[in-house]
Design a protein around this ligand. Structure first.
Ligand SMILES: [Zn+2]
Length: 51
């Protein structure tokens, strides 16, 4: 459902740091506002959603 709040788990593939965020489901992605890791990685993440 669009606009639904879901929990998002992000793991950085560069340094292994994990983040747990609240996201909002959109049409073809989940918006979390997450920009980058502490290690400046912006692109290389594993992302898991609660469905
Ligand atoms: Zn990192």
């Amino acid at each position: 459902m669009i606009g639904e709040r879901i929990k998002v788990r992000i793991r950085c593939r560069q340094c292994g740091e994990r983040f747990v965020l609240r996201g909002r489901r959109e049409k073809d992605k989940v918006e979390t506002g997450f920009k980058m890791c502490l290690c400046n990685n912006r692109d290389d993440f594993e992302v898991d959603y609660d469905v």
